[in-house]
Design a protein around this ligand. Sequence first.
Ligand code: MN
Ligand code: MN
Length: 455
Amino acid sequence: MSKDQVGWDKLNDGEILEVEKISREYMRFISTVKTEREAVKFFKEMAESKGFKELTNNISKKGNYYLIKNWKAMALIKLGGNPLEPYKILAAHMDSPRLDVKPNPIDEDPDSRTVLFKTHYYGGIKKYQWVSRPLAIHGVVMTKDGKKIEIAVGENEEDPVFSIPDLLPHLARKVQGEKKLLEGFEGEKLELVVSHRPEKDEKEGRFKKYLLNLLKEKYGIEEEDFYTADLEVVPAGKAREVGFDKSMIGAYGQDDKICAFLTVKAILDSNMEGNQIVILFDKEEIGSDGNVGAQSNLIEYTIVKILESTGTQYTYGNLLEIMHNSKVISADVGAALNPLFKEVHDLKNVGRSGDGVLIMKYTGSGGKYSASEAQAEYLSEIKRILDTNHVLYQYGLLGKVDEGGGGTVAKYFAQYGFQVVDMGPGLISMHSPFELVSKLDVYSSYKAYLSFLNF
Ligand code: MN
Ligand code: MN
Protein backbone atom coordinates (compact mmCIF):
# COMPACT_ATOMS: atom_id res chain seq x y z
CA MET A 1 0.00 0.00 0.00
CA SER A 2 1.45 3.34 -1.00
CA LYS A 3 2.00 5.80 1.83
CA ASP A 4 -0.69 8.34 1.10
CA GLN A 5 -3.39 5.88 0.09
CA VAL A 6 -5.57 4.32 2.75
CA GLY A 7 -8.01 1.44 2.42
CA TRP A 8 -11.02 3.62 1.68
CA ASP A 9 -9.27 5.12 -1.39
CA LYS A 10 -9.07 1.68 -2.94
CA LEU A 11 -12.75 0.75 -2.89
CA ASN A 12 -14.99 1.34 -5.90
CA ASP A 13 -18.67 2.27 -5.55
CA GLY A 14 -19.81 -1.32 -5.86
CA GLU A 15 -17.51 -2.36 -3.05
CA ILE A 16 -18.71 0.49 -0.82
CA LEU A 17 -22.23 -0.91 -1.22
CA GLU A 18 -20.91 -4.34 -0.24
CA VAL A 19 -19.25 -2.81 2.83
CA GLU A 20 -22.58 -1.34 3.95
CA LYS A 21 -24.48 -4.53 3.21
CA ILE A 22 -22.29 -6.83 5.26
CA SER A 23 -21.98 -4.22 8.05
CA ARG A 24 -25.77 -4.10 8.41
CA GLU A 25 -25.94 -7.88 8.54
CA TYR A 26 -23.15 -8.02 11.10
CA MET A 27 -24.73 -5.29 13.27
CA ARG A 28 -27.97 -7.26 13.48
CA PHE A 29 -25.97 -10.22 14.77
CA ILE A 30 -23.72 -8.42 17.25
CA SER A 31 -26.65 -6.38 18.62
CA THR A 32 -28.42 -9.46 19.94
CA VAL A 33 -25.83 -12.22 20.35
CA LYS A 34 -23.85 -11.52 23.52
CA THR A 35 -22.82 -14.94 24.81
CA GLU A 36 -21.24 -18.08 23.34
CA ARG A 37 -24.50 -19.99 23.90
CA GLU A 38 -26.48 -17.42 21.96
CA ALA A 39 -23.84 -17.54 19.21
CA VAL A 40 -24.13 -21.34 18.91
CA LYS A 41 -27.92 -21.08 18.60
CA PHE A 42 -27.64 -18.27 16.05
CA PHE A 43 -25.11 -20.13 13.87
CA LYS A 44 -27.06 -23.39 14.10
CA GLU A 45 -30.09 -21.63 12.64
CA MET A 46 -27.95 -19.86 10.05
CA ALA A 47 -26.42 -23.18 8.96
CA GLU A 48 -29.71 -25.05 8.94
CA SER A 49 -31.26 -22.37 6.74
CA LYS A 50 -28.53 -23.21 4.20
CA GLY A 51 -29.21 -26.95 4.42
CA PHE A 52 -26.53 -27.99 6.93
CA LYS A 53 -27.46 -31.12 8.88
CA GLU A 54 -26.32 -32.34 12.26
CA LEU A 55 -23.26 -34.61 12.00
CA THR A 56 -24.72 -37.98 13.00
CA ASN A 57 -23.20 -41.46 12.91
CA ASN A 58 -24.04 -42.25 9.33
CA ILE A 59 -23.37 -39.49 6.82
CA SER A 60 -22.31 -39.09 3.21
CA LYS A 61 -18.72 -38.19 2.23
CA LYS A 62 -20.08 -35.18 0.42
CA GLY A 63 -22.35 -32.77 2.24
CA ASN A 64 -22.72 -30.00 4.80
CA TYR A 65 -22.87 -30.67 8.52
CA TYR A 66 -22.54 -29.12 11.94
CA LEU A 67 -21.46 -30.43 15.31
CA ILE A 68 -22.29 -28.79 18.65
CA LYS A 69 -20.37 -29.35 21.88
CA ASN A 70 -22.17 -28.51 25.15
CA TRP A 71 -23.90 -25.52 23.48
CA LYS A 72 -20.60 -23.67 23.96
CA ALA A 73 -18.49 -24.69 20.98
CA MET A 74 -19.32 -25.84 17.47
CA ALA A 75 -17.99 -26.85 14.08
CA LEU A 76 -19.49 -26.25 10.65
CA ILE A 77 -18.28 -28.75 8.10
CA LYS A 78 -18.31 -29.02 4.32
CA LEU A 79 -17.18 -32.34 2.91
CA GLY A 80 -16.08 -32.54 -0.71
CA GLY A 81 -16.14 -36.32 -1.22
CA ASN A 82 -12.90 -37.65 0.27
CA PRO A 83 -12.62 -37.08 4.05
CA LEU A 84 -8.94 -38.16 3.97
CA GLU A 85 -7.95 -35.09 1.98
CA PRO A 86 -6.63 -31.99 3.82
CA TYR A 87 -9.04 -29.43 5.22
CA LYS A 88 -9.24 -25.65 5.01
CA ILE A 89 -10.00 -24.56 8.54
CA LEU A 90 -11.14 -21.23 9.96
CA ALA A 91 -11.01 -21.03 13.75
CA ALA A 92 -12.51 -18.31 15.95
CA HIS A 93 -13.81 -17.91 19.49
CA MET A 94 -17.25 -16.91 20.68
CA ASP A 95 -16.53 -15.94 24.29
CA SER A 96 -15.81 -12.32 25.27
CA PRO A 97 -14.61 -10.67 28.48
CA ARG A 98 -17.50 -10.01 30.88
CA LEU A 99 -18.72 -10.49 34.43
CA ASP A 100 -20.12 -13.88 35.44
CA VAL A 101 -22.74 -14.15 38.16
CA LYS A 102 -21.25 -16.06 41.12
CA PRO A 103 -22.81 -19.42 42.08
CA ASN A 104 -24.16 -17.90 45.31
CA PRO A 105 -24.76 -14.36 44.10
CA ILE A 106 -27.44 -12.73 46.25
CA ASP A 107 -26.05 -10.09 48.59
CA GLU A 108 -28.70 -8.21 50.53
CA ASP A 109 -27.68 -4.86 51.99
CA PRO A 110 -30.45 -3.44 54.19
CA ASP A 111 -28.19 -0.47 55.03
CA SER A 112 -28.48 0.84 51.50
CA ARG A 113 -31.91 -0.76 50.84
CA THR A 114 -30.50 -2.72 47.94
CA VAL A 115 -29.94 -6.30 46.87
CA LEU A 116 -26.88 -6.96 44.76
CA PHE A 117 -25.53 -9.82 42.67
CA LYS A 118 -21.93 -10.80 43.30
CA THR A 119 -19.91 -11.35 40.12
CA HIS A 120 -16.62 -12.87 39.05
CA TYR A 121 -14.96 -11.20 36.09
CA TYR A 122 -14.08 -13.37 33.12
CA GLY A 123 -11.10 -12.59 30.91
CA GLY A 124 -9.03 -9.44 30.64
CA ILE A 125 -11.21 -6.53 31.64
CA LYS A 126 -10.41 -3.06 32.94
CA LYS A 127 -12.78 -3.12 35.88
CA TYR A 128 -13.49 0.61 35.96
CA GLN A 129 -15.08 0.35 32.48
CA TRP A 130 -17.95 -1.75 33.85
CA VAL A 131 -19.33 0.57 36.51
CA SER A 132 -22.13 3.13 36.15
CA ARG A 133 -23.44 1.75 32.90
CA PRO A 134 -26.52 -0.25 31.93
CA LEU A 135 -25.86 -3.98 32.10
CA ALA A 136 -27.88 -6.98 30.97
CA ILE A 137 -27.94 -10.55 32.27
CA HIS A 138 -27.86 -13.40 29.75
CA GLY A 139 -27.66 -17.14 30.29
CA VAL A 140 -29.39 -20.26 31.50
CA VAL A 141 -30.59 -21.49 34.87
CA MET A 142 -31.28 -25.18 35.48
CA THR A 143 -34.08 -25.69 38.00
CA LYS A 144 -34.35 -28.47 40.61
CA ASP A 145 -36.39 -30.63 38.26
CA GLY A 146 -33.89 -30.21 35.42
CA LYS A 147 -35.76 -27.57 33.46
CA LYS A 148 -33.60 -25.17 31.47
CA ILE A 149 -34.68 -21.53 31.84
CA GLU A 150 -33.13 -19.20 29.28
CA ILE A 151 -32.69 -15.62 30.38
CA ALA A 152 -31.84 -12.38 28.59
CA VAL A 153 -32.88 -9.34 30.61
CA GLY A 154 -31.87 -5.82 29.68
CA GLU A 155 -31.99 -5.76 25.89
CA ASN A 156 -35.61 -4.87 25.09
CA GLU A 157 -36.83 -1.35 25.72
CA GLU A 158 -39.34 -2.50 28.32
CA ASP A 159 -36.73 -4.61 30.13
CA PRO A 160 -34.99 -3.34 33.24
CA VAL A 161 -31.19 -3.13 33.27
CA PHE A 162 -28.70 -3.52 36.10
CA SER A 163 -25.82 -1.35 37.23
CA ILE A 164 -22.67 -1.38 39.35
CA PRO A 165 -22.68 1.84 41.36
CA ASP A 166 -19.50 3.93 41.15
CA LEU A 167 -18.47 6.37 43.85
CA LEU A 168 -19.43 10.02 43.49
CA PRO A 169 -16.36 12.19 42.75
CA HIS A 170 -17.10 14.34 45.81
CA LEU A 171 -16.08 11.46 48.10
CA ALA A 172 -13.58 9.64 45.90
CA ARG A 173 -10.50 11.64 46.86
CA LYS A 174 -8.98 8.98 49.13
CA VAL A 175 -10.81 5.73 48.40
CA GLN A 176 -10.11 5.90 44.66
CA GLY A 177 -7.94 8.98 44.13
CA GLU A 178 -4.91 7.52 45.87
CA LYS A 179 -5.02 4.28 43.91
CA LYS A 180 -3.64 3.38 40.51
CA LEU A 181 -6.20 3.60 37.72
CA LEU A 182 -6.52 -0.15 37.19
CA GLU A 183 -6.94 -0.77 40.93
CA GLY A 184 -9.65 1.87 41.42
CA PHE A 185 -12.34 -0.79 41.44
CA GLU A 186 -11.58 -4.23 42.88
CA GLY A 187 -12.96 -7.54 41.65
CA GLU A 188 -15.04 -8.17 44.79
CA LYS A 189 -16.61 -4.73 44.44
CA LEU A 190 -18.07 -5.55 41.04
CA GLU A 191 -21.57 -6.12 42.42
CA LEU A 192 -24.61 -5.03 40.52
CA VAL A 193 -27.83 -3.63 41.94
CA VAL A 194 -30.63 -6.05 41.07
CA SER A 195 -33.45 -4.88 43.34
CA HIS A 196 -34.47 -2.33 45.93
CA ARG A 197 -38.00 -3.06 47.27
CA PRO A 198 -38.71 -4.96 50.51
CA GLU A 199 -41.37 -7.57 51.20
CA LYS A 200 -43.95 -5.91 53.47
CA ASP A 201 -44.51 -8.36 56.33
CA GLU A 202 -41.14 -10.03 56.74
CA LYS A 203 -38.71 -8.78 59.37
CA GLU A 204 -35.32 -10.15 58.44
CA GLY A 205 -34.08 -10.49 54.89
CA ARG A 206 -37.15 -8.79 53.50
CA PHE A 207 -35.32 -7.16 50.58
CA LYS A 208 -33.96 -10.50 49.48
CA LYS A 209 -37.34 -12.10 50.06
CA TYR A 210 -39.01 -9.65 47.69
CA LEU A 211 -36.45 -10.41 44.99
CA LEU A 212 -36.77 -14.19 45.44
CA ASN A 213 -40.57 -14.03 45.22
CA LEU A 214 -40.24 -11.98 42.05
CA LEU A 215 -37.74 -14.38 40.47
CA LYS A 216 -39.97 -17.34 41.36
CA GLU A 217 -43.01 -15.69 39.86
CA LYS A 218 -41.32 -14.33 36.72
CA TYR A 219 -38.86 -17.09 35.85
CA GLY A 220 -39.65 -20.04 38.10
CA ILE A 221 -36.21 -19.76 39.69
CA GLU A 222 -35.38 -20.45 43.34
CA GLU A 223 -32.28 -19.37 45.23
CA GLU A 224 -30.58 -22.76 45.07
CA ASP A 225 -31.03 -22.78 41.26
CA PHE A 226 -28.24 -20.19 40.96
CA TYR A 227 -25.82 -22.98 41.84
CA THR A 228 -26.83 -24.69 38.59
CA ALA A 229 -26.67 -21.70 36.27
CA ASP A 230 -24.47 -20.03 33.63
CA LEU A 231 -25.31 -16.33 33.91
CA GLU A 232 -23.25 -13.63 32.23
CA VAL A 233 -23.41 -9.90 32.84
CA VAL A 234 -22.82 -7.96 29.63
CA PRO A 235 -23.26 -4.36 28.46
CA ALA A 236 -26.92 -3.72 27.60
CA GLY A 237 -27.96 -2.31 24.26
CA LYS A 238 -27.40 -2.59 20.56
CA ALA A 239 -24.44 -2.01 18.29
CA ARG A 240 -24.21 1.53 16.90
CA GLU A 241 -22.65 3.20 13.90
CA VAL A 242 -19.85 5.50 15.04
CA GLY A 243 -18.80 8.83 13.58
CA PHE A 244 -20.63 11.48 11.50
CA ASP A 245 -19.71 9.42 8.46
CA LYS A 246 -20.99 6.20 10.08
CA SER A 247 -17.80 4.48 8.97
CA MET A 248 -17.22 2.48 12.13
CA ILE A 249 -19.23 0.09 14.27
CA GLY A 250 -19.20 0.23 18.05
CA ALA A 251 -20.38 -2.83 19.99
CA TYR A 252 -19.66 -5.14 22.89
CA GLY A 253 -18.20 -8.60 22.23
CA GLN A 254 -16.65 -7.99 18.83
CA ASP A 255 -13.57 -9.91 20.06
CA ASP A 256 -14.13 -12.43 18.70
CA LYS A 257 -17.76 -12.78 17.71
CA ILE A 258 -16.97 -10.65 14.67
CA CYS A 259 -14.72 -13.40 13.30
CA ALA A 260 -17.13 -16.12 14.40
CA PHE A 261 -19.85 -14.42 12.36
CA LEU A 262 -17.67 -13.68 9.33
CA THR A 263 -16.15 -17.17 9.17
CA VAL A 264 -19.59 -18.80 9.42
CA LYS A 265 -20.86 -16.50 6.68
CA ALA A 266 -17.81 -17.39 4.59
CA ILE A 267 -18.30 -21.16 4.80
CA LEU A 268 -22.00 -20.81 4.03
CA ASP A 269 -21.14 -18.68 0.97
CA SER A 270 -18.11 -20.64 -0.27
CA ASN A 271 -18.47 -22.46 -3.56
CA MET A 272 -15.38 -24.69 -3.45
CA GLU A 273 -15.87 -28.44 -3.37
CA GLY A 274 -13.06 -29.37 -0.97
CA ASN A 275 -13.13 -30.20 2.74
CA GLN A 276 -13.71 -27.19 4.98
CA ILE A 277 -14.28 -26.63 8.68
CA VAL A 278 -15.20 -23.55 10.65
CA ILE A 279 -14.54 -24.31 14.31
CA LEU A 280 -15.74 -21.98 17.04
CA PHE A 281 -14.44 -22.22 20.58
CA ASP A 282 -15.31 -20.99 24.03
CA LYS A 283 -12.83 -20.07 26.81
CA GLU A 284 -10.22 -18.34 24.61
CA GLU A 285 -10.30 -15.30 26.86
CA ILE A 286 -9.21 -17.35 29.89
CA GLY A 287 -6.50 -19.39 28.17
CA SER A 288 -8.44 -21.83 25.96
CA ASP A 289 -8.75 -24.36 28.81
CA GLY A 290 -11.67 -26.71 29.40
CA ASN A 291 -13.63 -29.11 27.21
CA VAL A 292 -14.92 -26.36 24.91
CA GLY A 293 -11.63 -24.46 24.62
CA ALA A 294 -9.03 -24.78 21.87
CA GLN A 295 -6.74 -26.77 24.16
CA SER A 296 -9.30 -29.58 24.23
CA ASN A 297 -9.18 -32.21 21.49
CA LEU A 298 -12.24 -30.75 19.76
CA ILE A 299 -10.56 -30.35 16.34
CA GLU A 300 -9.15 -33.87 16.52
CA TYR A 301 -12.53 -35.18 17.68
CA THR A 302 -14.26 -33.36 14.80
CA ILE A 303 -11.97 -34.89 12.17
CA VAL A 304 -12.15 -38.40 13.69
CA LYS A 305 -15.92 -38.07 13.93
CA ILE A 306 -16.04 -37.16 10.23
CA LEU A 307 -13.89 -40.18 9.30
CA GLU A 308 -15.91 -42.57 11.48
CA SER A 309 -19.32 -41.23 10.47
CA THR A 310 -18.55 -41.43 6.75
CA GLY A 311 -17.33 -45.02 7.14
CA THR A 312 -13.85 -44.00 5.95
CA GLN A 313 -11.09 -46.55 6.58
CA TYR A 314 -8.17 -44.77 8.23
CA THR A 315 -5.09 -45.25 10.36
CA TYR A 316 -3.55 -43.02 13.01
CA GLY A 317 -1.01 -42.12 10.32
CA ASN A 318 -3.84 -40.90 8.06
CA LEU A 319 -5.12 -38.70 10.86
CA LEU A 320 -1.68 -37.17 11.40
CA GLU A 321 -1.30 -36.61 7.65
CA ILE A 322 -4.62 -34.78 7.56
CA MET A 323 -3.57 -32.49 10.40
CA HIS A 324 -0.08 -31.83 9.06
CA ASN A 325 -1.38 -31.03 5.57
CA SER A 326 -4.44 -28.99 6.50
CA LYS A 327 -4.35 -25.21 6.55
CA VAL A 328 -5.71 -23.01 9.28
CA ILE A 329 -6.56 -19.35 9.64
CA SER A 330 -6.85 -18.36 13.27
CA ALA A 331 -9.57 -15.77 12.78
CA ASP A 332 -9.18 -13.39 15.67
CA VAL A 333 -9.10 -9.65 16.07
CA GLY A 334 -5.92 -7.64 16.36
CA ALA A 335 -5.18 -4.26 17.90
CA ALA A 336 -5.63 -1.30 15.56
CA LEU A 337 -3.69 1.89 16.22
CA ASN A 338 -5.39 3.86 18.98
CA PRO A 339 -5.14 7.58 18.15
CA LEU A 340 -4.78 8.47 21.85
CA PHE A 341 -2.17 5.86 22.82
CA LYS A 342 0.14 5.61 19.83
CA GLU A 343 3.11 5.24 22.18
CA VAL A 344 2.33 1.56 22.92
CA HIS A 345 2.54 0.60 19.26
CA ASP A 346 5.46 0.26 16.88
CA LEU A 347 4.18 2.52 14.11
CA LYS A 348 6.01 0.52 11.46
CA ASN A 349 4.37 -2.74 12.59
CA VAL A 350 0.86 -1.84 13.59
CA GLY A 351 -2.57 -2.40 12.07
CA ARG A 352 -4.69 0.62 11.20
CA SER A 353 -8.49 0.79 11.13
CA GLY A 354 -9.67 0.88 7.54
CA ASP A 355 -6.57 -0.55 5.89
CA GLY A 356 -7.98 -4.04 5.53
CA VAL A 357 -7.75 -7.41 7.23
CA LEU A 358 -4.79 -7.61 9.60
CA ILE A 359 -2.29 -10.44 9.25
CA MET A 360 -0.33 -11.15 12.42
CA LYS A 361 2.79 -13.23 11.80
CA TYR A 362 3.07 -14.04 15.48
CA THR A 363 1.53 -13.22 18.84
CA GLY A 364 2.97 -13.97 22.30
CA SER A 365 4.89 -11.58 24.55
CA GLY A 366 8.43 -10.45 25.36
CA GLY A 367 10.95 -12.53 23.42
CA LYS A 368 8.15 -14.17 21.39
CA TYR A 369 7.30 -16.35 24.37
CA SER A 370 4.13 -18.44 24.03
CA ALA A 371 3.96 -17.41 20.39
CA SER A 372 2.69 -19.26 17.42
CA GLU A 373 4.61 -17.99 14.42
CA ALA A 374 3.51 -18.47 10.84
CA GLN A 375 6.27 -19.51 8.48
CA ALA A 376 7.37 -17.43 5.50
CA GLU A 377 6.17 -20.02 2.98
CA TYR A 378 2.67 -20.14 4.43
CA LEU A 379 2.46 -16.35 4.70
CA SER A 380 3.42 -16.09 1.06
CA GLU A 381 0.73 -18.58 0.08
CA ILE A 382 -1.88 -16.55 1.98
CA LYS A 383 -0.59 -13.33 0.39
CA ARG A 384 -1.06 -14.80 -3.09
CA ILE A 385 -4.64 -15.80 -2.27
CA LEU A 386 -5.45 -12.29 -1.02
CA ASP A 387 -3.75 -10.58 -3.98
CA THR A 388 -5.51 -12.80 -6.51
CA ASN A 389 -8.87 -11.94 -4.95
CA HIS A 390 -8.16 -8.21 -4.51
CA VAL A 391 -8.59 -8.34 -0.75
CA LEU A 392 -7.30 -5.33 1.19
CA TYR A 393 -4.85 -6.53 3.83
CA GLN A 394 -2.08 -5.26 6.05
CA TYR A 395 0.52 -6.65 8.42
CA GLY A 396 0.72 -5.77 12.09
CA LEU A 397 1.74 -6.87 15.55
CA LEU A 398 -0.01 -6.27 18.85
CA GLY A 399 2.26 -3.57 20.28
CA LYS A 400 5.82 -2.66 21.13
CA VAL A 401 8.04 -5.60 22.07
CA ASP A 402 8.18 -4.98 25.83
CA GLU A 403 4.76 -3.38 26.18
CA GLY A 404 2.71 -6.47 26.97
CA GLY A 405 1.32 -9.26 24.83
CA GLY A 406 -1.38 -11.78 24.19
CA GLY A 407 -2.21 -14.96 22.33
CA THR A 408 -4.88 -16.62 20.26
CA VAL A 409 -5.96 -20.20 19.50
CA ALA A 410 -3.28 -20.40 16.76
CA LYS A 411 -0.70 -22.15 18.93
CA TYR A 412 -3.07 -24.98 19.85
CA PHE A 413 -3.45 -25.79 16.15
CA ALA A 414 0.29 -25.50 15.62
CA GLN A 415 0.77 -28.21 18.29
CA TYR A 416 -1.12 -30.66 16.09
CA GLY A 417 1.08 -29.82 13.11
CA PHE A 418 -1.34 -27.59 11.21
CA GLN A 419 -0.07 -24.63 9.19
CA VAL A 420 -1.65 -21.64 10.89
CA VAL A 421 -1.64 -17.84 10.79
CA ASP A 422 -3.62 -15.18 12.65
CA MET A 423 -5.80 -12.95 10.51
CA GLY A 424 -8.73 -10.71 11.39
CA PRO A 425 -9.99 -7.15 11.69
CA GLY A 426 -8.18 -4.66 13.94
CA LEU A 427 -10.18 -3.27 16.86
CA ILE A 428 -9.79 -0.06 18.84
CA SER A 429 -10.71 -0.30 22.57
CA MET A 430 -10.46 -4.09 22.48
CA HIS A 431 -11.99 -5.89 25.51
CA SER A 432 -13.96 -2.78 26.46
CA PRO A 433 -17.77 -2.66 26.67
CA PHE A 434 -17.74 -0.72 23.38
CA GLU A 435 -15.14 -1.94 20.92
CA LEU A 436 -14.69 -0.12 17.61
CA VAL A 437 -14.17 -1.64 14.18
CA SER A 438 -13.98 -0.07 10.74
CA LYS A 439 -16.74 -1.21 8.39
CA LEU A 440 -14.08 -1.60 5.72
CA ASP A 441 -12.24 -4.13 7.87
CA VAL A 442 -15.43 -6.12 8.45
CA TYR A 443 -15.79 -6.43 4.68
CA SER A 444 -12.10 -7.16 4.05
CA SER A 445 -12.03 -9.87 6.72
CA TYR A 446 -15.07 -11.61 5.28
CA LYS A 447 -13.54 -11.42 1.81
CA ALA A 448 -10.25 -12.80 3.12
CA TYR A 449 -11.94 -15.79 4.77
CA LEU A 450 -14.08 -16.51 1.72
CA SER A 451 -11.06 -16.29 -0.63
CA PHE A 452 -9.13 -18.70 1.58
CA LEU A 453 -11.96 -21.26 1.46
CA ASN A 454 -12.52 -20.80 -2.26
CA PHE A 455 -8.89 -20.99 -3.29
MN1 MN B 1 -9.75 -12.78 20.54
MN1 MN C 1 -9.58 -11.20 23.59
